[in-house]
Design a protein around this ligand. Sequence first.
Ligand code: BGC
Ligand code: CA
Length: 456
Amino acid sequence: MKKKVVSMVLAAIMGVSLAACGSPSDDSSKGDDKKTEDEAGDDKTADDKTGDDAEQGDEADNTGGDAGGDVANKDKPLVWFNRQPSNSSTGELDMAALSFNDKTYYVGFDANQGADLQGTMVKEYIEANIDSIDRNGDGIIGYVLAIGDIGHNDSIARTRGIRKALGTGVEKDGDINSDPVGTNSDGSAKAVKDGEIEVNGKKYVVRELASQEMKNSAGATWDAATAGNAIGTWSSSFGDDIDIIASNNDGMGMSMFNAWSKDNKVPTFGYDANSDAVAAIADGYGGTISQHADVQAYLTLRVLRNALDGVDIDTGIGTEDDAGNTLSDDVYVYNEEQRSYYALNVAVTADNYKDFTDSTKIYDPVSKQLDAGAHPTKKVWLNIYNASDNFLSSTYQPLLQSYDDILNLEVDYIGGDGQTESNITNRLGNPSQYDAFAINMVKTDNAASYTALLNQ
Ligand code: BGC
Ligand code: CA
């Protein structure tokens, strides 16, 4: 029965995300890019054919290619991950970066589908716990919201998802305003409005009491320590007006949970399904969203492997590879126009969290070792924009480190400080030493700081 529910949910998710990806609606300004895209698409088909030949060639002489020695850096495989090249104010995709060469891709997850899931999860929790949720019984359900990075599309989507589900969003430029409100104890803030929720014939007001970007004084965003401090301030000014805590991610969510909400039994909702957050559901953490990091980490390295092997990019993804690895289409979508792979999200709540306890466990359908003869070792430069980001360091990187062995990739992991791009680009001093690159930018606008180095 549980299984049936899960597949129904997945079916619903698929519907939503296909709809989302099928309409590159906000790309109206990119008519030209689109054309280039289509051309690139055609080229790709041609490449695929020669790719297959190349693969056979490699297998025959078993040299596995020339280790990227003669390939110009600008022609090497490149994958952007976790931060999609885009304008941090408008969200418009940076198609120049996404199609830097014909071996360039983005790997992330479907931000809107996940944001809708998070909002719905919180709303359903309120409905199911309506008898106890309003702690001071004043008819107002108050929540506070921790925002990760006001210029990051995932963060923006999650803020909107919460406001949409709870009815607190107001429109700005054709979409839900995602600005932080600061404090809003009396409901007079302009960036949000009071929502209303009706359960069992009774109406409740829903109010965003406070929200803030969790950025520390040095400039690091999604900052867990800042969130831990914020809940201290918020709880002393709002006390038991706070009925729910929502957070753009688990790093900040767990910091608030440990600092205050666990003891005060206030359900806290995050995102990422980091192992510590999933375990905390047993102690009252409200829930989280898995962005299928096990699938994303695989895709991040897999697209590089395929490009290096010169095979069809779908190998080991939608098409089973020679070792038997393949992903089913209920865990990811590929948007060819955006050259982007998006993993699909799953809600993790008290009902199913036991299935998600180890966030670093690789995904079984893509866990088979590639043959070292047919897929010889290649060198990859990969950076994590912030070495102390909870999700990237505790979930994503451990997964990458398991898949790099399976895919015969020798990866140099570079950890950034989360604040300055140059801290990372300085360590891409000699791209010629590598066969491929995987990049996680500090700021989504900054793709050119990396491609400039590869163009030199
Ligand atoms: C994750 C956050 C993380 C951010 C970093 C998001 O996708 O959910 O937890 O801090 O990426 O870029
Ligand atoms: Ca109340």
